[in-house]
Every structure is written in C-alpha cells, then in structure tokens.
Write a protein that binds this ligand. Structure first.
Ligand code: NAD
Length: 472
C-alpha cells in the first residue's frame, strides 16, 4: 500500500507540459482528416502494449493496494479491451455523416451531422480504477481522432509509472503524452486551452476543473461520484440480492464510483437479507476476522490517508450508537478495513452524508417505499441507483420518481460494463457520458453541415421585403 507520508514522484515540469501541448497542435490539425483505419491502428498499438504488460500490471496493482489479479482482469483489463473491441467493430459507422430530414422551412436542402475530432484533449483520472479510467477514455479519444494528454492519479504510483512507460513506448509526445503528478501538475494542465477535458474524480475537484475550463470555454465531460442508494424490497430474491450486492460493494474494497453506498431494506426481510449477506461474505472471504484479513481476494484501502478516512467514518458511526452486523475490524497500519455491515446508524453520522468509498455498508430498514423515494430525492442526484424487487410496479415507481446517472434492476455495478449504454452522472454526479459511441461523441464535435440546392425556400426571405412575405 502506498504511504502518502512518503514523497510522491516529482510533479511534471510545466515547461515540458507546455511543449507537449504545443507540439500536439500540428498533429491535431493533421488528424482532422484521419481515416478509421489510421485511428484503429493507434488503438491497436495501445492494446498490444497493454497486453504485453499484463503480468507487470498485476505486480503494480499488488504493490499499490494489493488488488487481486482476478479483479485487475475483470475490472481493469476487461473494460478497456471491451471498449477497444467495440471501437474496432463500429468506428467506421460512428464516423459516417448522418443525414437528417429537412424541416418545412429547409425544404430543398440536405443536412448532415458530421463528427469531427475536438483536437487536443486532456484526460484526468482518479486512483480507484487507475488503468481502466485512463486508458478507457484514451481509447475513445483516439477513436475520435484526437491527440491527448493524460494525467493519472498520484495515489497509485506503480500503476501510473507503468502506464507512463507504455504511453512513451507507443506514442511520440506530439500524439499522446502522459504526465505523472498530483494537484500542481493537474493545475498546470488546466491552465492550457485544451479543446476538451475529460475528468473522472470527485464532485469537489470536478467543480475546480469546470471553473478552470470556463476560462477558455473548454467543453468538459465530468465523471463524478456520490452516494448511490440501493433498495431491497419485500418481494426481492434475497439470495440474489445478497450475492450481487456483496460483490458490487466489496470488489476493489468498496472503492468504486458506482458501488452501492447504502442499502434500504424492507423491515420484513431485513433479518433474512443480513443473514444471506453474512453467509456470502463467509463463503467468499473466510469465516472469522483473521481468515478475512488473510484473504487474497480483498484489496486494501489505497493508502493511509484514505484508511484513516474510512476508519473515521466507522468510528464516528459507532460512537453515535451504530450496530455492527458483520466485520468492523480495522488495521490502520495495513490499510485494512474488514467488509462491514452496519445498522441503526443515527441521523447526523458522517457515513450517511459523505460518499463512503470504502468497505462499509449501512443497512437502513424501511417500511414505506414512498418514504425511501422521498429521502433519495432530498440528496444530490447519485451516479447510480439499484433496486432489487420482483414487483414490476414498485420497480417502475422507483425508476420514474428518482433521478440518477444510471440504474440497475436486480443487479448492481454491471451497467458500467454495457458498451451500448451511456455511462455518466447527472448534475452532482457528472456531466456528459462515456463508453462506446457515447465516448466517441464525448470526444467529437458534432458539426452541422447544410448543403443548399437551387430549390432552397430560404430565397423567399431575401429583401426587398414585401408585406406578403413578412408574415408566415
Ligand atoms: P479526486 O477528485 O481527488 O482526484 C481525481 C484527479 O484529480 C486526480 O488525478 C488528482 O490528482 C486530481 N486532483 C486532485 N485535486 C485536484 C485539484 N485541486 N485541482 C486539480 N486536480 C486535482 O478523486 P479520487 O479521490 O482520485 O477518486 C475518487 C472519486 O472519483 C470519488 O468521488 C469517485 O466516486 C469518483 N469516481 C467517479 C467515477 C466515474 O466514472 N463517475 C469513476 C471513478 C471514481
């Protein structure tokens, strides 16, 4: 695990950043006319270099936060490889101009929407899926014909260093450059007039990024976080809900933007649901605190600062009288927090208002679905919302009366993996979307092109204006 008390790798030199940015301008202008085959060749070079370093990535992830190789495969390699496959199969179609029908006033014209590369784009990534959230957007940026500068998180230095090596091996800096560093490097990048910024991270930093982008009127995609609620109603298949939620919550040790943050469970099934969750945790990570701590299948909290933060949320809840249903053990030195279920958390506890982003799951009993919906609607709009129910009317009601970036019915987290669905938040959880064609469009400018013909009705509006022509 990384210790933030140790010095980070040095910040990138602002002059080097500026030089790479300037060098990318002629490339970006040249790439405006790049073909699908040229873009695909770039994406394939990235893919091949990434695959060649598979084992090195396992080691880097183990060093950064003991992430199990199976989770590196499922949650880092698979999403990027899937994104790449999607690009290879569809890019030609996405790049084709899309003709539109003329409206009445535009009879006699031909209109089309033509996606153009935005130009030079900046990708700033978080630490929690350091590979997938750097290279995933980079694939979309390259597919859309852009040059890119990438800034991974300083919190996962081993993975970032490996990505830096790969990018330097595959691309000259006038095509793609990667700069390691923290806030100062980010700030130096944000001073530059990029054509688009794709930021993934917290809502607090998202606001800083958007304010910086406003100085240049740079467009932004903001992939942010929040507290994603889950509802398990009385009709739910409890075994299925427990199996799915214990995966979605504890993969990557709870450090997932779309992890179920807290669960509302109907009072009539709460005891059975909690029993099912306990059994799933025991079967997956071992029976008892020592076995779970020794499990090779549990990643660690990313560093001591975040371990302190997660442990602080737990101790604050316990001090206010919350009850531990499972787990509860903490070893700050090893950045270990056990998979933990809590209930009876009093109002005012920080765990109920802050994004948890760690292996703690509040279980909140409810009686009326309407009350849960009302409570969700008092909170900022979340990135995801999950509902486990076999009652179609209840599901329809929850979906119709709440808002969230995405939603899953009888599953969780999996919406991230569907390449044909837009992935993104709404307001506090984000602006814009990623993945597949949606990612391609995020990195493209949809240019409207109107071609006139001799028959164009607009000629009717040329002067001299006669009375008969001023009213329609
Ligand atoms: P963060 O916002 O602290 O950092 C994200 C990036 O911004 C990092 O590269 C960091 O170096 C940089 N940064 C930090 N402070 C900055 C500043 N003041 N100015 C400029 N740049 C700055 O986020 P994090 O802790 O790395 O990641 C966790 C957050 O990201 C959570 O809120 C999580 O929900 C969210 N997230 C969202 C998604 C998504 O797809 N929507 C995915 C993963 C994580």
């Amino acid at each position: 695990m990384n210790d933030p008390r140790q010095a980070f790798r040095p910040e990138a030199d602002p002059q080097r950043i500026r030089a790479a940015f300037d060098a990318q301008l002629p490339t970006a202008l040249r790439w405006r006319v790049s073909t699908a085959a040229e873009r695909i060749a770039r994406v394939k070079r990235l893919r091949d270099a990434m695959l060649a370093q598979r084992e090195a990535f396992y080691a880097a992830f183990a060093q950064d936060y003991r992430k199990p190789p199976a989770e590196v495969e499922a949650s880092e390699f698979l999403p990027v490889m899937d994104e790449i496959r999607h690009v290879l199969g569809n890019l030609k179609r996405w790049m084709r101009p899309r003709g539109v029908w003329p409206t009445a006033a535009m009879l006699g014209t031909r209109g089309a929407v033509q996606c153009q590369p935005r130009g030079r784009v900046l990708i700033i990534a978080p630490w929690n899926y350091p590979l997938g959230l750097c290279f995933g957007p980079l694939v979309s940026a390259l597919a859309a014909g852009n040059t890119a500068i990438v800034k991974p998180s300083e919190m996962t230095p081993a993975v970032s260093a490996l990505m830096a090596r790969i990018v330097a091996e595959v691309f000259p800096e006038n095509e793609v450059a990667l700069f390691e560093g923290g806030q100062p490097t980010s700030q130096a990048l944000l001073d530059l007039p990029f054509d688009h910024i794709f930021f993934t991270g917290s809502p607090a930093v998202g606001k800083i990024v958007m304010a910086a982008a406003a100085r240049h009127l740079t467009s932004v995609t903001l992939e942010l976080g929040g507290k994603s609620p889950t509802i398990v109603d009385a009709s739910a298949n409890l075994q299925q809900a427990a199996e799915t939620l214990m995966w979605g919550k504890f993969i990557n040790n709870g450090q997932t933007c779309v992890a179920p943050d807290h669960v509302y469970v109907h009072a009539s099934v709460k005891a059975a649901f909690v029993d099912a969750c306990r059994s799933v945790l025991q079967a997956r990570y071992g029976a008892g605190a020592a076995a779970q701590k020794a499990s090779p299948d549990l990643a660690r909290v990313v560093n001591h600062r975040h371990a302190e933060r997660v442990a602080g949320l737990l101790s604050d809840a316990l001090a206010r009288g919350a009850n531990v249903l499972a787990g509860g053990e903490v070893d700050r030195n090893q950045c270990y927090v056990a998979p933990t279920l809590l209930d009876r958390i009093p109002a005012g506890a920080a765990i109920l208002s802050e994004e948890i982003f760690g292996p703690l799951l509040p279980v909140i009993e409810y009686g009326e679905l309407d009350d849960v919906i009302a409570e969700i609607n008092t909170q900022p709009k979340p990135l995801a919302l999950y509902v486990f129910s076999t009652n179609r009317r209840a599901v329809a009601k929850v979906l119709a009366r709440t808002s969230s970036g995405g939603a899953c019915v009888n599953h969780c987290v999996a919406q991230f993996a569907h390449g044909n669905l837009p992935f993104g938040g709404v307001n506090n959880s984000g602006i814009g979307s990623a993945h597949g064609e949606h990612g391609f469009k995020a990195f493209s400018h949809e240019r409207a092109v109107l071609r006139a013909t001799m028959l164009m009705t607009i000629k009717l509006f040329f002067p001299p204006y006669t009375k008969s022509r001023t009213r329609l």
